[in-house]
Design a protein. Structure first.
Length: 346
């Protein structure tokens, strides 16, 4: 009977209990040589108790079955891709616990579907932007190649330099796509070693200095502490390079990009602050999305919108987090990494 309905199981349990008690009572009554009148009274009382017990068991069983069916219908709608709506009627403690678990699972799945839709939207935007960004330099390369081939280029050297620049730009874009695909596929192999964030920041600032000079941006490194961390030096250098180049590109001439390294509790903090004028509040949650390239507050849009997505992917692969917030005159990108018991040396 264990595979039958709950109502049948309850009826069987009640029936067995009542039958055993009735049989025992009658046996004792016969053994005690009760009078016929007393025997009839005992038998009647036991029969009434048996009927009441069986009726109660059937009613309770039907009630549990009805609640189980309502929960099954709600779960079926949930399984068909909808959201889980708990049955409006009360249920047993076990069914109530199951209802709460299904509701929590429905909320998690809804959040997962929303993230999937957001990711799919980002992918479509990325494909559109990459197609546009590839088409523009390819069209320029084709035009310059045709001009050189027809001998109508007035300055072939300038054309060659321009072709080289466009090829390097395309190569960087393809490299970013490859890096992002490795991050999304979970194939980013890290080789952590103990390095100082101060050394990484100094190297990144040295590499970004030519770009800063070209755009007339001051690059400062105030408050850079020696904070040893266990990270992949190559990948973390890419994080710093992307943050610095992004900050320099969006900072107007005579603006300042500041880099700082500090330690808070068990976390190493690396921050890059620019003078872009700020990011609209509605855009802040999308800054690290794949393909995001900003709005009027960060113009003109440049690149394919992959740099900050790569930053977040690499930082999260190191069990850290990447955040951004507006500050007076610009915005502050902050990378938090687990310190791993290291100490800070000023």
């Amino acid at each position: 009977m264990r595979h039958r309905s709950v109502a049948v199981s309850l009826a069987v349990v009640a029936g067995v209990a009542v039958t055993a008690m009735l049989g025992g009572t009658l046996t004792v009554a016969w053994a005690m040589f009760l009078s016929p009148h007393d025997l009839r009274v005992v038998t009647l009382v036991a029969a009434i108790a048996a009927v009441v017990s069986l009726a109660t068991a059937l009613v309770m069983g039907r009630w549990v079955v009805a609640r189980s069916r309502a929960l099954a219908l709600a779960a079926r709608a949930f399984g068909d891709g909808g959201s889980f709506a708990p049955p409006p009627v009360a249920a047993t403690a076990e069914l109530a616990d199951l209802t709460r678990e299904l509701a929590a699972t429905s909320d998690r799945l809804a959040a997962s579907r929303e993230r999937e839709r957001t990711l799919e939207t980002s992918r479509r935007e990325l494909v559109a932007w990459i197609s546009h960004d590839l088409r523009t330099p390819l069209a320029g390369l084709r035009a310059m190649a045709e001009a050189l081939e027809d001998g109508v280029a007035d300055d072939p050297g300038r054309y060659h330099r321009r072709i080289r620049t466009e090829v390097e730009r395309l190569n960087g874009m393809v490299g970013d796509l490859f890096e992002l695909s490795r991050i999304h596929a979970g194939a980013l192999a890290l080789s952590p070693s103990r390095v100082s964030l101060r050394d990484l920041a100094a190297d990144a600032m040295l590499g970004a200095d030519p770009l800063a000079r070209e755009r007339g941006v001051r690059l400062v490194g105030n408050g850079i502490a020696h904070v040893p961390v266990e990270v992949d030096g190559k990948e973390m250098a890419r994080v710093l390079t992307n943050l610095l180049s992004n900050a320099i590109r969006h900072t107007p001439p005579d603006g300042t990009v500041a880099v700082s390294v500090s330690c808070r509790d068990d976390t190493a903090l690396l921050a890059v602050t620019d003078a872009c004028g700020g990011i609209p509040e509605q855009d802040l949650p999308r800054v690290f999305d794949t393909g995001w390239r900003g709005s009027q507050a960060r113009t003109p849009p440049s690149g394919a919108g992959l740099g900050l997505a790569i930053v977040r992917g690499i930082v999260e692969a190191h069990a850290g987090r990447a955040e951004v917030r507006n500050v007076p005159g610009g915005c502050r990108f902050e990378v938090a990494l687990p310190l791993g018991g290291a100490t800070t040396i000023a």
